[in-house]
Design a binder for this molecule. Structure first.
Ligand code: PLP
Length: 406
């Protein structure tokens, strides 16, 4: 008899976005004439920057010629991309990261999902609430949690992100080993200051813990005082892994390219207390289970770092940030308290009452689709997430409709 990994049965039955799409489908069946404005799902809508397209085409042409054709590439990524990443994303900001600490992948989703494999089964987890669901679900699948009770998995330390702490959670008061952090945050749009990140790094160093720092939205930071990378904090190399993605930076959600940074100094321990370089384990895993991102995609990603690419990526993220500013201003004028939308494409809106009920109201009365905060965790209740990944016209239309109906 083939038996299953019954940890999968602990998972909530429907993923948040499946729940949303089911409600929307039901509504559209009943009201086929209503045109909806999607302010919910976190996918981009603008085309790739020209510089990426040009590099992509050129690389495809290289694949058509036997002299320039490439088969399997290095699993960790081509040097041309790893060098550009190390130089532009880290060294230029004073973070001492080298190319051999970069692991190119097909997505920050896979990386943040897979990284837990290299740690022991009995490590203690600290996971923010609300949260990008991947961190939690992959640890549930791996059997690191108990069953769910009252909307929370047993055995997990939840890091509450609330209006009271400005959605930047306090340090744990109980021992934990693996800490997930994400700034600029999905879903709250909150950012962490240098001092706040330093407190986490210092805590991790004192407690031999490890921080998994998801910086998928780094390209939206405009406040020059905010750190872009956790490695801007002294000592972070020893206790942090960082995840980046070209998805929201350069519109690569359908192209797929991202990377993880695992510094050589980053250390974990055997059960007997012997130090082990996390980088070597991740390299072993990556090489065993992954055969690299396709050559044309890596060329397209590397084009982000050229002068044209930099300008175009800036224009792309500026476009979404202008939508975010438009939505945030309109929602604030309607009396809602909002976080994010300035250094983040997400606006986290405080609402009164149940977030699924508010979702239904927005859908039925205004024809606007948002994301109910409860889908991101217990602390998400009383909030909705609005995303800026739409056109300016649609964002304005959504705000008009909400103002007219609420
Ligand atoms: N991390 C966060 C916080 C995200 O919000 C997302 C996508 O929505 C990802 C990672 C996934 O990025 P990728 O498209 O690179 O898999």
């Amino acid at each position: 008899m083939i038996t299953i990994n019954d940890n999968y049965l602990k998972l909530q039955s429907s993923y948040l976005f499946a729940g949303i799409s089911q409600r929307v489908q039901t509504f559209q069946k009943e009201h086929p004439e209503r045109e909806l404005v999607w302010m919910g799902i976190g996918d981009v809508t603008r085309p790739l920057p020209d510089a990426c397209i040009t590099a992509f085409h050129k690389a495809v042409d290289e694949m058509a010629d036997a002299r320039t054709f490439r088969g399997y590439g290095p699993s960790e990524g081509y040097d041309f991309l790893r060098d550009a990443i190390a130089q532009h994303d880290f060294q230029a900001r004073g973070a001492d990261i080298s190319a051999d600490e970069i692991f190119v992948s097909d997505g920050a989703k896979c990386d943040t999902a897979n990284i837990q494999e290299i740690f022991a089964q009995d490590i203690r987890l600290a996971i923010p609430d609300p949260v990008y669901p991947v961190y939690l679900d992959t640890n549930v699948m791996a059997g690191r949690t108990g069953p769910q009770q009252d909307g929370r998995y047993q055995g997990v330390t939840y890091l509450d992100s609330t209006p009271a702490n400005g959605y930047v959670p306090a340090l744990p008061t109980e021992p934990v080993d693996l800490i997930y952090l994400c700034f600029p945050n999905n879903p709250t749009g909150a950012t962490a200051t240098r001092e706040q990140l330093k407190a986490w790094v210092d805590w991790a160093r004192e407690n031999k813990a490890l921080i998994l720092f998801d910086a998928a939205y780094e390209a939206y930071i405009r406040d020059e005082h905010l750190p872009h990378s956790i490695y801007e904090i002294p000592g972070a190399q020893e206790v942090a892994i960082e995840f980046r993605s070209y998805s929201k930076t350069a519109g690569f959600t359908g192209v797929r390219c991202a990377y993880a940074v695992v510094p050589k100094a980053c250390t974990a321990w055997t059960a007997a207390g012997k130090p082990v370089a996390v980088r070597d384990l991740w390299s072993r895993r990556h090489n065993t289970k992954f055969n690299g991102v396709s050559y044309p995609v890596q060329r397209a990603a590397a084009a982000v770092y050229g002068a044209d690419g930099q300008r175009q990526v800036r224009a792309l993220t500026d476009y979404y940030l202008a939508n975010a500013a438009c939505a945030r201003t309109a929602l604030q004028e309607m009396g809602f308290k909002c976080t994010g939308g300035d250094n983040s494409p997400y606006i986290w809106v405080q609402i009164k009452g149940d977030s699924w009920a508010f979702f239904d109201r927005l859908l039925q009365k205004a024809g606007v689709v948002c994301t109910p905060g409860a889908g991101f965790g217990r602390c998400g209740e009383g909030h909705i997430r609005m995303s800026a990944f739409n056109s300016l016209e649609n964002t304005q239309e959504a705000m008009r409709r909400i103002a007219a109906t609420l």
